[in-house]
Ligand binder design. Sequence first.
Ligand code: UT7
Length: 333
Amino acid sequence: MTYSKIVGIGHYVPENIITNAYLESIMDTNDAWITERTGIKERRYFTYGKDTNASMAMEASKIAIERAGLTPKDIDFIVYATITPDYYFPGPGFILQREMGMEGIGVLDIRDQCSGFIYALSTADQFIKSGMYKNILVIGSELQSTFLNHSSEGRGVAVIFGDGAGAVVLQATNNESSRVLSTHLHADGNFAEDLYVKSPGSSRAKRFYDDLLENPSTGDVIMNGNLVFKHAVVRFPEVIREALNTNGLAPEDIDLLVPHQANLRISEYVRQQMGMSEDKVFNNIQKYGNTTAASIPIALCEAWESGRIKTGDLVCLAAFGSGFTWGSALIRW
Ligand code: UT7
């Protein structure tokens, strides 16, 4: 039986640190509100001329591939999760493939927002289990700061999000005791407009550019924050339990839960619901904010680099976000 295993992991965050104090200086917000409601103290924004969605992913991928003991030529396929591509099309995976000299291999764009990395990992896992590919580069990368409305009107959204990228190399293995155990994917399109960006979508009466000039707010992120919060705190525990039940495991078997970094209050609520101690849940939203599809691979990478994940550990990834989408992955490291 063929399984998949994470054999290399890397991340990249831009050097430009945006503190809550800086946001206070440009909009009507304050450090106390942001800290209390979200846990975020700072986030990273890209530097124009240096960072792009694809370039950040490339930096993360180089590290992941090197740690896997491979070269870009060994990669058979790329699965790239993002909602903030460099171009509307084609996706940044094509740019990354070209720049890393991997021409010829397939590139798959995943657009599942905050659950994007779990959808990408699950997709790659199926390709490996079917025997189609041996080494897949799985990426989550977001350059979100250029989508944010930094006037006081946009404060409910702008303070939350940041830029960054993470990547893993998923490899075929026959080793039953160190592998991706299972992945679980869900969505409910009834809530599609509760967290969305309209532009540059095609559903409009006239050419999108003309419409956008007349209605610039269609380029803003629209978020029904309270509703997202209410659904997140239900779906996170549900999909973690689904992964545990599938494998005959219990919450106390989890060595480290790496949740999508949406809001420290959400992670804390989920931790309590699962009856887990603080040391079993990894959070770095304080430093990076919500980096959407990049948040799980960045957090997973920092957890691994700091020695929080060891061989044999049971690691659970879980996400909830726009769509609505939610998902989990259980990994025996
Ligand atoms: O990855 C998935 C993506 N998104 C999420 O997971 C988001 C989930 N939702 C949340 O995290 C929270 O709903 C937020 C952090 C977005 C908002 O927190 P909240 O406790 O739900 O606040 P609220 O939206 O109910 O707003 C409370 C007050 C309002 O003022 P009034 O009407 O009570 O006078 C807002 O105008 O806070 C005000 N407010 C702010 N004040 C200072 C909203 N944003 C800000 C801000 N600074 N940045």
